[in-house]
Write a protein that binds this ligand. Sequence first.
Ligand SMILES: [Zn+2]
Length: 725
Amino acid sequence: MIDRRVFLKSAVVAVPLSHVGDTFALAPAQKTDAESAAVLHAATEVPWQRNLRRIGQTNMTEHDPAVLDVEAWADYWASAKVGAVFISVTGILAFYPSTVPFHRHGKFLGGRDFLGELHDAARKRGLRIVARYSPDLNWVDALAAHPEWFMRDEQGHPKSTADTPDLFETCMFSTYMTDYIPAVMREINARYDVDAHYTNGWPSFALPVCYCDQCRKLPPPKTPAYWDKFNERVLGLCKLYDSIAKEKKATSFYFANMGGGIHASPNLASLGEVCPWFQADNQGRGGQDEPVWGCAQQGRVCNAVLDGKMAANVTGAWSTGPIRWREVSKSPAEAQMWFGETLASGMVPYFHNVGGEKGFGEDLRWKNTGRDYFQWIARHDAHFVNKRTIATIGVVIGQRTQLFYKAPHNVSMQQSMDAIYYALIEGRFLFDYVHEDKLQLERLSKYSALILSNTALLSDEQCQQLRTYVDHGGSLLVTFETSMFTNENERRKDFGLADVFDIHLAGEMIGRRGNSNPYLARIERSHPILDGFADTHWLPGAEYRLPLKPIDNPVLTVVPGYVAYPPELSYPPLSRTNEPAVVLRERGKSRLAYFPGDIEPTMWLSGHTDLTCLLQNTIRWVSGESSPVNLTGKGLIEAFAWETEPGFAVHILNYTNPNAHRGWMRDFYPIGAQQVRFTLPAGRLVSRIELLRAERDIPFHIVGDSIEFTIPSVTDYEVAALYSV
Ligand SMILES: [Zn+2]
């Protein structure tokens, strides 16, 4: 698929280099007007990967060279209208006759250039090719020759994989990554014309714990100081691999596996600046208690760090979850919801099966699931090319907190983030994730409010950035131990944001004793955050809280926890205190809310509807009355709004389903009419609204600077595409 644009771009690269002293410079070549125009055009060209709308991968097994039908494989992916396929080079097992020492040939390869055949079949169909490597493992013979390549436990033993005792984990700080992997990459560059290089299995999803000679020189594992060294190494290797990719052609590049949602191991903000493609390996959920929005949440993570660069999310065709069947299809409804979430959150869908008989295995059900959905997307591609999100609420994601903070309760930090996520989608708010390393005022200016849900670790600089944001009229909703720790995970004596909220710690954290009631929050006066609470002075408190010094005129105060059993003793011995259970301030245009309790995890564990109501009311209060998009109707939905190439798009995912919190989706249960009010930016008009899933137009009417329309029903997913000039 060397189209004209790509050819022109290559032409720029082909301008001869002339030697000037010790440096190389572009030769002052004589150009015709047409050539100059072509160069100018190419310079503003969108990188090729940004034009990909769908991606496919058959993950090759060692056995595939014996059974895979190369033409049928390429035909399937072409019929699904993918723009690129991933082809396994690997590093664990070579799928071509590699001559790099210790690049073991698969036992069914038989000297054949299997990779080359796949490469040619993909090229013949105009598909881009990404070479896929796995630098994470190698075999016992490599261990014998290069003991320094491998990870060690504390006793110095190499670490073998759970299922294959003669396959061992390599160390990313070793020369395996700077000698062996570059040698394999250069061999690929020499033999094939691939468009990009990608490593699976590295960086690992969890921070590595290794005691090899190299790693013993590093700070202790699982510390912020180690994380700094880890990130330095990740960036260094990414740059090395990218430079090797570019030895072949300037449009080629390298990218890493960055999947893992918020709880990713590398610093996504800095990796996002280096990698031109965010590969999210978030393939699906299983039967464990895991909410359905995992993929949409991943998209928000990508948007927080990419500044409009390309992100793809993998949907596993296979049975993902705690018990996995690599060659058996998952339910079509679950795969379909994952695709919908991928699109709604602005990522490119990527479908992935694991090889097998003829390359498809003996369970062929997944093939139609992927092809049908991808063919539908292809009819509406333009509406999935996004320019920017439309959201005025930012939710800060703190990777340091996710990695290093130890919460007092039994809820993981992922679940804690899921709790605030649940409140946000239940309240139908439009929001973005904002990375903790991207809190500069110019980035935050689009948000009327930021939410920091127990973002415990914040540097002095980050606290200052939040202070500046508030000084410029920004609002904050902050909970529990936010800003109680430095970025080095050292506990502060008082909140880093104490002055912003005018709050002060009054003692040690107070938790629930044994099986006792947590504290109650007593309503002291009316306030918008208490909308809907009638006939009660008591609301549930949180399981843990930080005691605060008294404030003037509190809205909620703490009634300390007390005995739950026996009921004879179940009454608060102290009916009232002056300890605040929330702090609410208004400073200029800023609205500030601080909850000293861990109300999100408490809500997650208890399922208490008062707590989600309190959170939603508070989000509504801090973010102000006017939202650019208002969605009303019945049902649990997740919504996104984008400015797109043709105009705008409102995406609605229907999570009203018994499997919203525990996979998989078995079926869909359509929700009824959803009313949308969309405030148009100044000077913009809408000429037409098309529902992309229903594939029909709907009417709308203009009310002031807004348009209003009704989406009659949503089965799994609907997109209202607004054509605008
Ligand atoms: Zn090591």
